[in-house]
Write a new protein. Structure first.
Length: 84
């Protein structure tokens, strides 16, 4: 089972929502590049080579990603932020 075994290279991003504002730890999330507070949310697996080799991708941790809708900068969070 190689990289192309299941035909998945880019499909680790599982869902994308519309543009929203988010908070985490009581603080609004803003893009560090352009200052926008509008993001599309998605999720991605944090694959490790060992777990992939053992065909245990399902056991890898998942991260939330926020994609800035203005400049496309991507931020990663291990804990899902709250949608505002
Ligand atoms: Zn931005």
């Amino acid at each position: 089972m190689g990289l192309f075994g299941k035909g998945k290279i880019f499909d680790s991003v599982q869902k994308v929502t519309g543009a929203h504002s988010y908070r985490i730890q009581g603080k609004s999330i803003v893009c560090p590049h352009c200052g926008s507070d509008r993001f599309e949310q998605g999720s991605a697996l944090l694959n490790t080579a060992g777990m992939t080799f053992l065909n245990l991708d399902w056991a890898n941790r998942q991260a939330t990603i926020l994609n800035c809708t203005v400049c496309s900068h991507v931020q990663w969070f291990l804990r899902p932020p709250d949608m505002c």
